[in-house]
Design a protein. Structure first.
Length: 242
């Protein structure tokens, strides 16, 4: 009876040992399978992990390195500051230079008049090949500069009609007028012939100097013009000053 019980106990122990061995083998197999599928490489050791962290910190970004290196930041900031100061100084110098320059001619300091006498009068038989000149005089006591195209508006007798003249494509510069000095600009004219059907008779001319908003008004001294108020390329147009 005892020998039979002892034999059964021995077999149960043998079965328990075999089952434990199988369980351990299965766990090892699962671990190896899981590690191979997830990373394809062996797990990193603590030494490898520390090395990777050090390399990552050293090459993260140049900006980060510059921030940690106080000397590098100081040199960079000093260069940037110097460049900014130099740029600001140059700008200030230019501004001061421009501020001490000669001002442009303002409407209040100018006088306008038609050039009269001799060859100044337009030829009424020349069609669109004749011109008239308007003289601008510096009536102030300081130098001023002027250049470009003036605005020219021809006005009818009652002021109800206005013909704003187009500008030519001529190039222009600028000149300096001392007190009492004068310059002029020309208006190309399409003078009307006798018995012309469509004419436009100006009564006065409003001349607005370049970059100004107020005008000088002078009386129109010549005869009627061909009415080309709606033309794209009229024979009557403005040329630049000087």
């Amino acid at each position: 009876m005892r020998s039979s019980t002892t034999a059964r106990t021995a077999r149960r122990r043998t079965l328990h040992v075999a089952a434990a061995a199988l369980t351990a083998a299965a766990a090892l197999a699962l671990t190896a399978c899981s590690g191979s599928d997830a990373t394809g490489a062996k797990p990193a050791s603590s030494a490898d992990t520390g090395k990777a962290a050090a390399e990552s910190g050293g090459t993260g970004s140049s900006a980060g390195g510059a921030k940690e290196d106080g000397k590098t930041d100081a040199r960079t900031d000093a260069k940037t500051g110097a460049a900014g100061k130099q740029s600001g100084g140059t700008h200030a110098a230019d501004t001061a230079k421009a501020g001490s320059g000669i001002e442009r001619c303002h409407t209040s300091g100018l006088k306008a008049s038609f050039a009269m006498g001799g060859d100044a009068a337009p030829d009424p038989n020349a069609g669109g090949a004749t011109t008239t000149s308007i003289v601008l005089t510096n009536k102030g006591n300081r130098d001023c500069t002027i250049g470009g195209f003036p605005g020219v508006d021809l006005k009818s007798e009652n002021g109800g009609q206005v013909w704003s003249l187009l500008r030519s494509s001529a190039k222009h510069g600028s000149i300096t007028l001392g007190p009492g000095d004068s310059t002029d600009f020309t208006i190309s004219l399409g003078m009307a012939q006798k018995n012309e059907e469509h004419t436009w008779m100006p009564a006065s001319v409003a001349v607005t100097p370049p970059n100004e908003t107020t005008a000088l008004t002078v009386k129109w001294p010549w005869g009627p013009l061909v009415d080309q108020t709606g033309a794209t390329h009229p024979a009557t147009f403005v040329n630049p000053i000087g």
